[in-house]
Design a protein. Structure first.
Length: 313
């Protein structure tokens, strides 16, 4: 049984001067209750205000969480979507914009805002790809949170990344090429599974076209080169003590299951779960396999006994 939900509410963390504002979206159950909030963090390319409001099949990830009784939020990191955009003032050559350290600052500010707005004592976090890196870094540094979901997390790699190019290493921002982005996604889906997409490809294209030009920061791409491609972990999973779910698509070639297992095996918490979503790619959020991803994450977030459980290494 699903709960009735309140439509998208929008918030801004800025002061009266409107400077340095972080954009937050919220979808919550219509019933008067006070569930623990859950915050969704986006990856390197699409802001949360796009990625988590895409209503394929009539429901976004925010909608799905709220319909299951969660107070669901999504954040646009600085430089993304409706959040404030840092300007490269030329003081430092090739200064990174919105790298992981800066995004961790944004996450901390968003959690403070959500706790004040809701009165909650903790916030659960779901991070996808680079968003998982931000969430894990925050958690490993002792940041306050409830439960943690790391979806398609980054880890050390010995293969090239499509995110790392001479442009992303030398310029503060890049413009997302929508056809290239969509083709990158489709190219990772098994041809036999594409028929199940129905009109979702066209819906994604229409949504992205409505937001063009989509200009996003290159800080996360710089971090891939500085850390993950250089054999230098950006954080230590052993420092994560919160109950944690690591979940990845079985067909993810960007952050393959082997990388997710590396993160899982290094977690400091004993309250942890690992799951693979059959046929899901790095963009499971856009695919029919999203239903299994949503169920898996929601079940973990709702498991009130997770803190008392231990799962084998």
């Amino acid at each position: 049984m699903t709960a009735a939900i309140i439509g998208i509410e929008q918030y801004n963390t800025s002061g009266a001067d409107g400077e340095r504002g972080l954009h937050l979206l919220r979808v919550r159950p219509a019933a008067q209750q006070q569930p623990r909030p859950v915050l969704l963090l986006h990856g390197s390319t699409l802001p949360g205000s796009i990625a988590y409001t895409l209503a394929f099949g009539g429901q976004s990830w925010l909608d799905d969480l709220a319909s299951r009784g969660h107070d669901a939020w999504a954040l646009d990191f600085r430089g993304y979507g409706e959040s404030w955009r840092p300007v490269d003032d030329g003081a430092r050559p090739c200064a990174p914009v919105a790298d992981t350290d800066q995004a961790v600052e944004d996450l901390a500010a968003a959690i403070d805002f959500i706790r004040r707005a809701t009165g909650a004592d903790a916030v659960d976090i779901v991070g996808w790809s680079w968003g998982a890196t931000v969430a894990a870094t925050y958690a490993a540094r002792g940041g306050a949170l409830g439960r943690l979901v790391l979806h398609a997390p980054q880890w050390l790699r010995d293969t090239p990344s499509p995110m790392v190019t001479p442009q992303t290493l030398s310029e503060p921002y890049r413009t997302v090429d929508v056809p290239v982005f969509v083709d990158r996604w489709l190219g990772r889906i098994d041809p036999a599974a594409r028929a199940a997409l129905g009109g979702w490809k066209e819906e994604l294209e229409r949504t992205l076209a409505a937001h063009e030009p989509i200009s996003v920061p290159n800080g996360s791409a710089r971090d891939i080169a500085t850390y993950w491609m250089a054999g230098r972990p950006g954080y230590d999973p052993a420092g994560i003590t919160a109950p944690t779910l690591v979940v990845v698509g079985s067909a993810d070639t960007d952050t393959p299951p082997a990388l997710a297992r590396e993160v899982f095996d290094r977690l400091g918490t004993q309250s942890r779960l690992y799951a693979e979503i059959p046929d899901g790619t790095h963009f499971t959020v856009f695919e029919p396999a999203r239903a299994a991803l949503f169920r898996t994450a929601a079940a973990f977030l709702a498991d009130t006994n997770i803190e008392k459980q231990e799962f084998p290494r």
